[in-house]
Write a protein that binds this ligand. Structure first.
Ligand code: AHR
Length: 498
């Protein structure tokens, strides 16, 4: 197989947006408790935050973290999570059939964000609650002082406002599984009213309205149009959520999951622009792809507790294989390629729950295979995104028909440093990739690493945390501005040139 890409600094898509490398911390399973927070752990700081996890979060290079849900938020009372911990109530978490101890709440999360060096992005509950509670949380978080709720925050030790800029108006309100699920018209109305009230507090907030929970929702498309019809003037982003998994050993379709993500993004952009055109609006609504990942969702029903309400049970603790990690690398390529309209994204989630970082209670923290393509893309995608139009043969897939075997995107910064991210989607055949980088002058290879394994299902575990790591790709050569390298079957590669 042969693949080909050309770097053309004129073919700019948009700047690389740091918010594309966001993630998500939900009160779900062990994401918070024994994930980011575990008092008594040997690495815990005075606030109970695990320093080993914080180190990995920093290494992962995440930017914005969405909190506290997810489905959890739709029955959450944020007031339960503030003030002296001993007085906080334990509550039923309806979404995940668990008990929420409320030991961690918004103030703890903000402290953790500062330690991790990330921007918080909060979701308000529009399932069981509404405008007033959303505005109250905003007052508690962002008003300096002199009001009941801002002074309460100060009493709780947070003298300075949390200054949260990005807010999600509920979560997956199109999903029948969501507590307080509504029709598009009902939700659109409530979201618009909530947004208006929140903007009365602070007009500069960046607000995300709920789009579809996946492109296979029966309401997909119509939902976006109706919801944006109600909220267009009040919001900045519409959300998109997508999870992928391998079905019945169909590796070729799974490796091509980015084809679906491309389609999904294109369709949401079309719906948003249709509402814009109809209403003769000036501004554009962009996408916050605030949940995306590989998730073996088909296993969920068997995992959920039904006859008990445990605290922090093991839920959604998917182990990511090489194949999963390569697919995730491909999804990042899709997100980068659409940086003109996807302005934020959150890998769902961060720790233990469908996560790049795993922990054992009282034990070690380690990187899943999926950690690596994310961390490298976040670190080395810089400057401007370039459309590279990869050329390669196609392969037939059960889900998406004929798809190009090669997928790739590139970035180039002001110093002429370029990074090419490429996926060979063939489960069985290697590909020779030629990169025409003559526009960079006499380019040299700074680094070339590949994630692949003869066993596509190899995973990292607590005992073998580095079984899957990207390895130097020693086949890469460059001469006269043309690079050539071998992409193994089912592989993800990063080539850096300068
Ligand atoms: O990320 C796991 C769950 O997936 C979230 O709680 C929900 O929003 C989505 O369905």
């Amino acid at each position: 197989l042969k693949g080909f890409v050309t770097l053309d600094p004129e073919a700019r898509v948009a700047p690389v947006r740091r918010r594309l490398f966001g993630s998500f911390v939900e009160h779900l399973g062990r994401c918070v408790y024994t994930g980011i927070y575990e008092p008594g752990h040997p690495t815990a700081d005075a606030d109970g935050f695990r320093s080993d996890v914080l180190d990995l979060v920093r290494e992962l290079g995440v930017s914005t973290i969405r909190y506290p849900g997810g489905n959890f938020v739709s029955a959450y009372r944020w007031e339960d999570g503030i003030g002296p911990v001993a007085r906080r109530p334990a509550r039923l978490d309806l979404a995940w059939h668990s008990t929420e101890p409320n030991t961690v709440g918004v103030d703890e999360f903000m402290r953790w964000c500062r330690l991790a060096g990330v921007e918080p992005m909060l979701a308000v509950n529009l399932g069981t609650r509404g405008i007033q509670e959303a505005v109250d949380l905003l007052e508690y978080c962002n008003i300096e002082s002199g009001t009941r709720l801002s002074d309460l925050r100060r009493e709780h030790g947070a003298k300075n406002p949390h200054n949260v800029r990005m807010w999600c108006l509920g979560n997956e309100m199109d999903g029948p599984w969501q507590v307080g699920h509504r029709s598009a018209a009902e939700y659109g109305r409530l979201a618009a009213q909530t947004a208006r009230a929140m903007r009365m507090v602070d007009p500069k907030l960046e607000l995300v309205v709920c789009g579809s929970s996946s492109s296979s929702m029966p309401t997909f498309g119509a939902w976006e149009q109706t919801v944006l019809g109600e909220t267009y003037d009040e919001v900045d982003y519409i959300s998109a959520h997508a999870y992928y998994e391998e079905h019945d050993g169909d590796k070729a379709s799974f490796l091509a999951s980015a084809v679906d993500m491309d389609y999904f993004i294109g369709s949401v952009v079309a719906a948003a622009d249709l509402v814009r055109e109809k209403g003769k609006k000036q501004k554009r609504i962009n996408i916050s792809f605030d949940e995306w990942n590989v998730w073996y969702q088909s296993r969920l029903a068997a995992e959920l507790p039904t006859d008990s309400w445990p605290v922090a049970p093991r839920l959604l603790e998917d182990q990511y294989s090489v194949l999963d990690a390569v697919t995730i690398g491909g999804l990042l390529i899709s997100l980068l390629r659409h940086s003109d309209r996807v302005h934020a994204a959150s890998l769902a989630q961060l720790v233990n729950v469908i996560a790049p970082i795993m922990t054992e209670p009282g034990g070690r923290a380690w990187r899943q295979a999926a950690f690596h393509p994310f961390a490298l893309t976040s670190r080395y995608a810089a400057g401007e995104v370039l459309r590279v139009q990869p050329a390669s043969p196609s392969q037939k897939t059960r889900r998406y028909g004929d798809v190009p075997i090669l997928d790739a995107v590139a970035t180039v910064d002001d110093d002429g440093q370029a990074s090419v991210f490429a996926v060979n989607r063939s489960p069985a055949e290697a590909m020779t990739l030629a990169v025409d980088a003559r526009t960079l002058g006499d380019a040299r290879i700074v680094e070339c690493v590949t994630l692949s394994d003869p066993d596509a299902y190899r995973v990292n575990t607590a005992d073998h945390p580095d079984a899957v790591v990207p390895r130097p790709n020693t086949t890469a050569t460059v001469a006269d501005g043309r690079a050539e390298l071998l992409l193994p079957p089912a592989s993800w590669t990063m080539l850096r040139l300068a």
